[in-house]
Design a protein around this ligand. Structure first.
Ligand SMILES: C[S@@+](CC[C@H](N)C(=O)[O-])C[C@H]1O[C@@H](n2cnc3c(N)ncnc32)[C@H](O)[C@@H]1O
Length: 191
């Protein structure tokens, strides 16, 4: 049974570091929120230029209201198109829902697509110990009915091309949720 949206919007902020995510987003951003879920983050955004959320599980195919769009699609497929209209990419708790093969290809394809100075804000669960690893897997088994795949950030960061800069990386623990942030920018020519 799916959690009703109003209950989800009350519960999710208890375990998601929303302010930390929002504080990474530049002002007047053109945001592509990949795996946007029910669009929770949109409620917390201020001073953005446009917002597009993409998720497999949206009730409508396409919703457009002024500068806000919701599109039902597979993020891996969606990012194959031209993304020049966006400059800020949110990947919040999506990676662990992708299978291990597509995780890396999805990020590599996205990195190849973005323009200089564009920013990718990744936040995913990266457990620090066996207990939080078990707890988070159990959480998703119950909530998403899915066996999740933790992303290998270490390998990804080591192999990141010199065209990109890691602006920041840090952990934020909330209860038993080890949230890992990785913020990447495509370098300008002079950087
Ligand atoms: C844990 S939720 C996170 C939702 C939202 N980012 C948030 O933080 O509130 C993960 C979301 O990813 C979506 N998802 C998983 N695989 C996807 C895919 N291949 N393409 C699009 N959405 C996907 C799920 O439908 C789900 O809504």
């Amino acid at each position: 049974m799916e959690i009703p949206k109003n209950i989800y919007f009350k519960l999710r902020p208890l375990i998601l570091p929303i302010n930390k995510i929002i504080s990474q987003i530049p002002v007047e951003a053109n945001i592509l929120d990949l795996g946007c879920g029910k669009g929770l983050l949109l409620n917390y955004l201020k001073n953005y230029e446009s917002y597009t959320g993409v998720d497999l599980n949206l009730s409508s195919n396409k919703i457009k209201i002024k500068n806000v769009n919701f599109i039902r699609d597979d993020c891996v497929k969606y990012t194959n198109q031209n993304l020049n209209q966006f400059d800020t990419f949110l990947i919040i708790d999506l990676l662990h829902h992708l299978n291990p093969d597509s995780q890396l290809n999805f990020l590599k394809d996205l990195l190849n697509k973005i323009k200089k100075n564009d920013i990718i804000i990744i936040k995913d669960i990266l457990p620090k110990n066996l207990f939080t690893k078990f707890w988070n897997s159990f959480h998703d088994l119950i909530v998403s009915k899915q066996i999740i795949n933790y992303f290998n950030f270490k390998e990804f960061e080591i192999n990141l091309s010199a065209d990109y800069k890691i602006v920041d990386r840090f952990y934020k623990r909330i209860f038993l949720y080890d949230h890992y942030f990785l913020i990447i920018k495509k370098k300008m020519n002079f950087q």
